[in-house]
Design a protein around this ligand. Structure first.
Ligand SMILES: [Ca+2]
Ligand SMILES: [Ca+2]
Ligand SMILES: [Ca+2]
Length: 395
Protein backbone atom coordinates (compact mmCIF):
# COMPACT_ATOMS: atom_id res chain seq x y z
CA UNK A 1 0.00 0.00 0.00
CA UNK A 2 1.40 3.31 -0.94
CA UNK A 3 2.18 5.84 1.83
CA UNK A 4 -0.26 8.74 2.04
CA UNK A 5 0.89 11.67 0.08
CA UNK A 6 2.31 14.60 1.97
CA UNK A 7 0.92 17.96 0.88
CA UNK A 8 3.44 19.74 -1.19
CA UNK A 9 5.60 22.52 0.50
CA UNK A 10 4.83 21.39 4.12
CA UNK A 11 7.74 19.86 6.10
CA UNK A 12 7.32 17.51 9.13
CA UNK A 13 8.76 20.19 11.40
CA UNK A 14 6.16 22.72 10.30
CA UNK A 15 3.51 20.31 11.29
CA UNK A 16 4.80 19.36 14.76
CA UNK A 17 3.57 22.51 16.79
CA UNK A 18 4.49 22.81 20.56
CA UNK A 19 4.97 19.84 22.74
CA UNK A 20 3.72 19.93 26.31
CA UNK A 21 7.25 20.18 27.64
CA UNK A 22 8.03 23.13 25.40
CA UNK A 23 4.86 24.81 26.55
CA UNK A 24 5.76 24.27 30.21
CA UNK A 25 9.25 25.63 29.69
CA UNK A 26 7.76 28.66 27.95
CA UNK A 27 5.33 29.26 30.81
CA UNK A 28 8.14 28.84 33.33
CA UNK A 29 10.39 31.31 31.52
CA UNK A 30 7.52 33.79 31.24
CA UNK A 31 6.70 33.51 34.92
CA UNK A 32 10.36 33.97 35.87
CA UNK A 33 10.47 37.05 33.64
CA UNK A 34 7.23 38.47 35.07
CA UNK A 35 8.25 37.84 38.66
CA UNK A 36 11.56 39.54 37.89
CA UNK A 37 9.68 42.53 36.57
CA UNK A 38 7.37 42.50 39.55
CA UNK A 39 10.31 42.32 41.93
CA UNK A 40 12.01 45.17 40.09
CA UNK A 41 8.93 47.38 40.19
CA UNK A 42 8.05 46.57 43.78
CA UNK A 43 11.65 47.34 44.75
CA UNK A 44 11.45 50.63 42.94
CA UNK A 45 8.11 51.41 44.56
CA UNK A 46 9.58 50.66 47.99
CA UNK A 47 12.57 52.88 47.29
CA UNK A 48 10.24 55.57 46.02
CA UNK A 49 8.04 55.31 49.13
CA UNK A 50 11.07 55.46 51.42
CA UNK A 51 12.49 58.46 49.59
CA UNK A 52 9.10 60.15 49.55
CA UNK A 53 8.69 59.59 53.30
CA UNK A 54 12.21 60.84 53.92
CA UNK A 55 11.54 63.95 51.87
CA UNK A 56 8.25 64.56 53.69
CA UNK A 57 10.12 64.20 56.99
CA UNK A 58 12.74 66.71 55.89
CA UNK A 59 10.15 69.20 54.68
CA UNK A 60 8.17 68.84 57.87
CA UNK A 61 11.32 69.34 59.98
CA UNK A 62 12.44 72.33 57.91
CA UNK A 63 9.05 74.04 58.30
CA UNK A 64 8.95 73.39 62.03
CA UNK A 65 12.53 74.58 62.46
CA UNK A 66 11.80 77.83 60.65
CA UNK A 67 8.89 78.46 62.99
CA UNK A 68 10.98 77.68 66.09
CA UNK A 69 13.75 79.99 64.88
CA UNK A 70 11.36 82.88 64.34
CA UNK A 71 9.76 82.34 67.72
CA UNK A 72 13.09 82.27 69.56
CA UNK A 73 14.09 85.51 67.87
CA UNK A 74 10.79 86.99 68.99
CA UNK A 75 11.27 85.98 72.62
CA UNK A 76 11.60 88.96 74.90
CA UNK A 77 10.12 91.41 72.42
CA UNK A 78 9.37 94.52 74.43
CA UNK A 79 11.09 93.54 77.66
CA UNK A 80 14.12 91.50 76.69
CA UNK A 81 16.59 93.63 78.56
CA UNK A 82 15.25 93.15 82.08
CA UNK A 83 18.20 93.14 84.51
CA UNK A 84 19.19 89.59 85.35
CA UNK A 85 16.66 88.65 82.69
CA UNK A 86 13.93 88.72 85.30
CA UNK A 87 10.57 90.36 85.62
CA UNK A 88 9.32 89.80 89.15
CA UNK A 89 5.79 89.85 90.48
CA UNK A 90 4.19 89.58 93.89
CA UNK A 91 4.35 86.11 95.37
CA UNK A 92 1.11 86.69 97.30
CA UNK A 93 2.89 86.90 100.63
CA UNK A 94 4.41 89.95 102.34
CA UNK A 95 6.98 91.70 100.19
CA UNK A 96 8.14 88.45 98.60
CA UNK A 97 8.43 88.34 94.86
CA UNK A 98 8.56 85.54 92.36
CA UNK A 99 9.73 85.46 88.78
CA UNK A 100 6.87 86.22 86.41
CA UNK A 101 6.20 83.81 83.54
CA UNK A 102 7.28 86.61 81.22
CA UNK A 103 10.85 85.46 80.71
CA UNK A 104 12.28 86.01 77.23
CA UNK A 105 13.59 82.46 76.85
CA UNK A 106 13.62 79.61 79.31
CA UNK A 107 15.17 76.27 78.34
CA UNK A 108 14.14 73.15 80.27
CA UNK A 109 16.83 70.54 79.73
CA UNK A 110 15.70 66.94 79.83
CA UNK A 111 12.16 67.99 80.69
CA UNK A 112 8.95 67.31 78.83
CA UNK A 113 6.69 70.27 79.57
CA UNK A 114 3.66 68.47 78.12
CA UNK A 115 3.68 66.16 81.15
CA UNK A 116 5.95 67.70 83.77
CA UNK A 117 5.76 70.86 85.84
CA UNK A 118 8.95 72.96 85.62
CA UNK A 119 9.41 72.58 89.38
CA UNK A 120 9.57 68.80 88.93
CA UNK A 121 12.02 68.83 86.02
CA UNK A 122 14.88 66.60 87.03
CA UNK A 123 17.08 67.29 84.02
CA UNK A 124 17.22 63.63 83.22
CA UNK A 125 18.09 62.25 79.85
CA UNK A 126 15.10 63.01 77.65
CA UNK A 127 13.50 65.54 75.35
CA UNK A 128 14.11 69.24 76.01
CA UNK A 129 11.44 71.94 76.11
CA UNK A 130 11.55 75.70 75.98
CA UNK A 131 9.34 78.69 76.68
CA UNK A 132 9.37 82.14 75.16
CA UNK A 133 7.37 85.21 76.09
CA UNK A 134 6.75 88.46 74.29
CA UNK A 135 4.68 91.57 74.82
CA UNK A 136 2.17 92.96 72.34
CA UNK A 137 3.70 93.46 68.93
CA UNK A 138 3.79 96.88 67.36
CA UNK A 139 1.21 95.84 64.77
CA UNK A 140 -1.55 97.20 66.99
CA UNK A 141 -0.49 100.63 65.76
CA UNK A 142 0.53 102.20 69.05
CA UNK A 143 3.84 101.74 70.78
CA UNK A 144 3.35 99.05 73.45
CA UNK A 145 5.33 101.02 76.00
CA UNK A 146 5.50 104.41 77.72
CA UNK A 147 8.10 106.23 79.82
CA UNK A 148 7.86 107.43 83.37
CA UNK A 149 7.66 111.22 83.74
CA UNK A 150 7.95 111.04 87.53
CA UNK A 151 9.83 108.70 89.82
CA UNK A 152 7.82 105.64 90.87
CA UNK A 153 9.38 104.78 94.19
CA UNK A 154 7.18 102.00 95.48
CA UNK A 155 4.66 99.58 94.03
CA UNK A 156 2.12 100.63 96.68
CA UNK A 157 -1.10 101.54 94.92
CA UNK A 158 -0.94 104.98 96.55
CA UNK A 159 2.32 105.73 94.72
CA UNK A 160 1.40 106.97 91.23
CA UNK A 161 2.90 105.54 88.05
CA UNK A 162 2.92 108.53 85.73
CA UNK A 163 3.65 108.22 82.03
CA UNK A 164 3.72 110.75 79.22
CA UNK A 165 1.29 108.97 76.89
CA UNK A 166 -1.66 106.70 77.62
CA UNK A 167 -0.56 104.41 74.76
CA UNK A 168 -2.77 101.41 74.45
CA UNK A 169 -2.86 100.76 78.18
CA UNK A 170 -6.22 99.71 79.52
CA UNK A 171 -7.80 97.94 82.47
CA UNK A 172 -6.98 94.23 82.43
CA UNK A 173 -3.45 94.68 81.03
CA UNK A 174 -0.28 93.91 82.88
CA UNK A 175 2.70 96.26 82.80
CA UNK A 176 6.41 95.66 83.27
CA UNK A 177 8.53 98.48 84.69
CA UNK A 178 11.98 98.33 83.15
CA UNK A 179 15.15 100.19 84.08
CA UNK A 180 18.52 98.63 83.16
CA UNK A 181 20.11 100.17 86.28
CA UNK A 182 17.82 98.32 88.70
CA UNK A 183 18.08 94.77 90.02
CA UNK A 184 15.06 93.46 88.15
CA UNK A 185 11.87 94.45 86.30
CA UNK A 186 8.54 94.48 88.11
CA UNK A 187 5.25 93.23 86.71
CA UNK A 188 1.96 94.74 87.94
CA UNK A 189 -1.69 94.56 86.95
CA UNK A 190 -3.27 97.64 85.36
CA UNK A 191 -6.55 97.88 87.22
CA UNK A 192 -8.20 100.78 85.38
CA UNK A 193 -7.92 102.80 82.20
CA UNK A 194 -5.25 105.56 82.27
CA UNK A 195 -6.40 108.78 83.86
CA UNK A 196 -5.06 112.28 83.16
CA UNK A 197 -2.88 113.66 85.88
CA UNK A 198 0.52 114.98 86.83
CA UNK A 199 1.26 116.38 83.36
CA UNK A 200 0.53 113.07 81.62
CA UNK A 201 -1.37 109.96 82.54
CA UNK A 202 -1.51 107.75 85.60
CA UNK A 203 -1.73 103.98 85.33
CA UNK A 204 -4.03 102.65 88.08
CA UNK A 205 -2.59 99.66 89.96
CA UNK A 206 -4.96 99.03 92.84
CA UNK A 207 -3.82 96.88 95.77
CA UNK A 208 -4.54 93.21 95.17
CA UNK A 209 -5.08 93.86 91.45
CA UNK A 210 -5.28 90.68 89.36
CA UNK A 211 -5.57 89.56 85.76
CA UNK A 212 -7.13 86.21 84.88
CA UNK A 213 -7.31 85.32 88.57
CA UNK A 214 -3.58 85.84 89.07
CA UNK A 215 -2.84 88.52 91.69
CA UNK A 216 0.07 90.77 90.70
CA UNK A 217 -0.28 93.84 92.91
CA UNK A 218 0.67 93.54 96.56
CA UNK A 219 -1.85 94.55 99.18
CA UNK A 220 -1.85 98.16 100.35
CA UNK A 221 1.41 99.53 101.70
CA UNK A 222 3.58 96.66 100.48
CA UNK A 223 6.43 97.32 98.09
CA UNK A 224 7.99 94.85 95.66
CA UNK A 225 10.04 97.38 93.70
CA UNK A 226 13.87 97.23 93.60
CA UNK A 227 15.52 99.26 96.35
CA UNK A 228 15.67 102.54 94.39
CA UNK A 229 12.29 102.23 92.70
CA UNK A 230 12.03 103.32 89.08
CA UNK A 231 13.23 106.74 87.99
CA UNK A 232 12.08 109.22 85.35
CA UNK A 233 12.68 107.74 81.90
CA UNK A 234 12.17 104.13 82.96
CA UNK A 235 10.15 102.15 80.46
CA UNK A 236 6.67 100.85 81.24
CA UNK A 237 5.93 97.97 78.86
CA UNK A 238 2.36 96.98 78.14
CA UNK A 239 1.60 93.26 78.44
CA UNK A 240 -1.79 93.22 76.74
CA UNK A 241 -4.10 90.42 75.66
CA UNK A 242 -2.01 89.76 72.53
CA UNK A 243 1.02 88.97 74.65
CA UNK A 244 1.91 85.34 75.06
CA UNK A 245 3.90 82.90 77.10
CA UNK A 246 4.43 80.12 74.58
CA UNK A 247 5.77 76.65 75.24
CA UNK A 248 7.38 74.11 72.91
CA UNK A 249 7.90 70.42 73.59
CA UNK A 250 7.49 66.91 72.22
CA UNK A 251 4.20 65.12 72.78
CA UNK A 252 5.22 61.49 73.19
CA UNK A 253 1.71 60.32 74.07
CA UNK A 254 0.85 59.88 70.38
CA UNK A 255 2.26 57.44 67.87
CA UNK A 256 4.27 58.78 66.15
CA UNK A 257 5.26 61.53 68.61
CA UNK A 258 4.93 65.15 67.54
CA UNK A 259 6.33 68.62 68.07
CA UNK A 260 3.71 70.79 69.77
CA UNK A 261 3.23 74.33 71.04
CA UNK A 262 0.69 75.94 73.36
CA UNK A 263 0.26 79.10 75.36
CA UNK A 264 -0.44 79.53 79.03
CA UNK A 265 0.85 81.63 81.88
CA UNK A 266 0.14 78.85 84.37
CA UNK A 267 3.07 77.94 86.61
CA UNK A 268 2.57 74.37 85.44
CA UNK A 269 2.06 74.59 81.66
CA UNK A 270 1.32 70.85 81.41
CA UNK A 271 -1.93 71.44 83.29
CA UNK A 272 -3.29 73.92 80.77
CA UNK A 273 -2.83 72.83 77.16
CA UNK A 274 -6.22 73.95 75.84
CA UNK A 275 -4.86 75.60 72.68
CA UNK A 276 -2.22 72.96 71.93
CA UNK A 277 -1.21 72.94 68.26
CA UNK A 278 0.88 70.43 66.33
CA UNK A 279 3.88 71.96 64.54
CA UNK A 280 5.13 68.71 62.99
CA UNK A 281 4.13 65.05 63.19
CA UNK A 282 6.74 62.35 63.68
CA UNK A 283 9.20 64.48 65.69
CA UNK A 284 10.46 62.30 68.53
CA UNK A 285 13.22 64.47 69.95
CA UNK A 286 14.05 68.13 70.39
CA UNK A 287 17.40 69.07 71.94
CA UNK A 288 18.36 72.62 72.84
CA UNK A 289 21.87 73.81 73.62
CA UNK A 290 22.68 77.46 74.23
CA UNK A 291 25.77 79.53 74.78
CA UNK A 292 26.89 82.81 76.28
CA UNK A 293 30.24 84.53 75.81
CA UNK A 294 31.42 84.31 79.43
CA UNK A 295 34.91 85.72 78.78
CA UNK A 296 33.70 88.30 76.26
CA UNK A 297 36.23 87.31 73.58
CA UNK A 298 33.58 87.29 70.86
CA UNK A 299 33.81 83.53 70.48
CA UNK A 300 31.58 80.82 71.92
CA UNK A 301 34.02 78.14 73.03
CA UNK A 302 32.94 74.51 72.81
CA UNK A 303 35.14 71.76 74.18
CA UNK A 304 33.43 68.36 74.16
CA UNK A 305 36.34 66.84 76.12
CA UNK A 306 35.76 69.34 78.91
CA UNK A 307 32.10 70.25 78.55
CA UNK A 308 31.57 71.74 81.99
CA UNK A 309 34.12 74.51 81.46
CA UNK A 310 33.20 75.73 77.99
CA UNK A 311 30.59 78.32 77.02
CA UNK A 312 27.88 75.96 75.75
CA UNK A 313 25.16 74.54 77.97
CA UNK A 314 23.71 71.02 77.69
CA UNK A 315 25.70 70.22 74.56
CA UNK A 316 27.42 67.08 75.87
CA UNK A 317 26.57 64.31 78.34
CA UNK A 318 27.28 65.54 81.86
CA UNK A 319 27.26 69.15 80.68
CA UNK A 320 26.29 72.00 82.99
CA UNK A 321 25.24 75.56 82.23
CA UNK A 322 28.04 78.15 82.19
CA UNK A 323 27.78 81.06 84.61
CA UNK A 324 26.87 83.83 82.22
CA UNK A 325 26.94 86.76 84.64
CA UNK A 326 26.11 89.85 82.62
CA UNK A 327 26.66 88.00 79.35
CA UNK A 328 23.41 87.19 77.64
CA UNK A 329 22.63 84.01 75.76
CA UNK A 330 23.91 84.78 72.29
CA UNK A 331 23.30 81.52 70.46
CA UNK A 332 20.76 78.72 70.66
CA UNK A 333 21.28 75.42 68.83
CA UNK A 334 18.17 73.39 68.09
CA UNK A 335 18.18 69.78 66.94
CA UNK A 336 15.02 68.04 65.77
CA UNK A 337 14.85 64.30 65.10
CA UNK A 338 11.90 62.90 63.15
CA UNK A 339 11.06 59.31 62.42
CA UNK A 340 8.88 57.76 59.78
CA UNK A 341 5.40 56.72 60.91
CA UNK A 342 5.84 53.03 60.19
CA UNK A 343 8.89 50.81 60.73
CA UNK A 344 11.14 49.55 57.97
CA UNK A 345 10.63 45.79 58.30
CA UNK A 346 13.85 44.99 56.46
CA UNK A 347 15.92 47.16 58.76
CA UNK A 348 16.48 45.80 62.25
CA UNK A 349 19.43 48.01 63.22
CA UNK A 350 18.25 51.65 63.22
CA UNK A 351 17.89 53.71 66.37
CA UNK A 352 17.41 57.30 67.53
CA UNK A 353 20.79 59.02 67.17
CA UNK A 354 22.46 60.84 70.06
CA UNK A 355 22.00 64.62 70.04
CA UNK A 356 23.59 67.24 72.30
CA UNK A 357 23.54 65.81 75.84
CA UNK A 358 21.00 63.09 75.11
CA UNK A 359 22.30 59.58 74.59
CA UNK A 360 21.28 57.55 71.53
CA UNK A 361 18.37 55.12 71.57
CA UNK A 362 18.82 51.50 70.54
CA UNK A 363 17.49 49.05 67.93
CA UNK A 364 16.00 47.13 70.86
CA UNK A 365 13.96 50.18 71.86
CA UNK A 366 12.67 50.46 68.30
CA UNK A 367 11.81 46.76 68.29
CA UNK A 368 9.78 47.21 71.46
CA UNK A 369 7.97 50.20 69.96
CA UNK A 370 7.13 48.29 66.79
CA UNK A 371 6.27 44.93 68.37
CA UNK A 372 9.32 43.46 66.72
CA UNK A 373 8.35 44.53 63.21
CA UNK A 374 11.51 46.49 62.50
CA UNK A 375 13.21 49.81 63.22
CA UNK A 376 12.51 53.39 62.14
CA UNK A 377 14.26 55.45 59.48
CA UNK A 378 15.00 58.93 60.84
CA UNK A 379 15.89 62.45 59.76
CA UNK A 380 17.84 64.97 61.83
CA UNK A 381 18.00 68.74 61.39
CA UNK A 382 20.15 71.14 63.42
CA UNK A 383 20.08 74.93 63.29
CA UNK A 384 21.98 77.57 65.22
CA UNK A 385 20.09 80.76 65.99
CA UNK A 386 22.47 83.62 66.64
CA UNK A 387 20.92 86.21 68.89
CA UNK A 388 21.93 89.82 69.34
CA UNK A 389 23.58 90.33 72.70
CA UNK A 390 21.08 92.98 73.59
CA UNK A 391 18.24 90.45 73.67
CA UNK A 392 18.03 89.60 77.34
CA UNK A 393 17.48 85.91 77.54
CA UNK A 394 17.28 83.70 80.55
CA UNK A 395 18.94 80.36 80.88
CA1 LIG B 1 19.14 68.13 76.41
CA1 LIG C 1 34.10 83.23 74.73
CA1 LIG D 1 29.30 72.94 78.04
Amino acid sequence: MAAPKRPQGVSPIDQAGLTLIELMIGVLLASVFISGLFYLFSGQKKTYTQQHNQMTNHQSLAGAMQFLTRQIRRGGTGFGGCPNSQAKMWSGSGTDTKVSPYVALQVYNGCDLTTTAPASCSGNDGVDSFTIAYSDDAAVGTLPAARLIADALTSDSASPIRVRTAGNFQAGDRMILWDPRREWCTMLAVTGNPTSGGGGFELPHAAGGSVDSVVYNPTGGLNIFPSSGYGVGALVVRIGPRSRVRHFSIDSSTNPPRLVTWTTEAANPSANKGDLEVLADGVEDMQIAWACDVDGDGDLSETPSSPTTDEWAFADPGDTAPTCGDARISAVRITLIARQPSPDMENQTSYRPAAEDRAAGSPAADQVATNGMGTFVRSTLTTVVNLPNVAGLKQ
